[in-house]
Design a protein around this ligand. Structure first.
Ligand code: ZN
Length: 75
């Protein structure tokens, strides 16, 4: 089933140049390769749970951004 939350965008902060940009939730949660638009640093985020059916969307986005906007970048 398609979850529209997957098409939303979250903020990602590059650990290298600290640029903040926006990336689709789907790509972040699936651990796709994400490239910084400024310095081309490659990032992967792993271990982020998918959106749960009953989870508040704002809460979910916050949960994802806790990982993508801070220093806990997994390679
Ligand atoms: Zn960068």
């Amino acid at each position: 089933m398609h979850d529209p939350v997957d098409d939303m965008k979250v903020r990602v902060r590059c650990p290298e140049c600290r640029t903040t940009f926006r990336e689709r939730v789907r790509r972040v949660v699936h651990g796709d390769r994400i490239v910084c638009p400024r310095c081309h640093e490659t990032m992967h985020f792993s271990g982020i749970d998918h959106h749960h059916v009953n989870e508040d969307v704002a809460r979910f986005i916050h949960r994802v951004e806790e990982r993508t906007c801070h220093s806990s970048v997994g390679y």
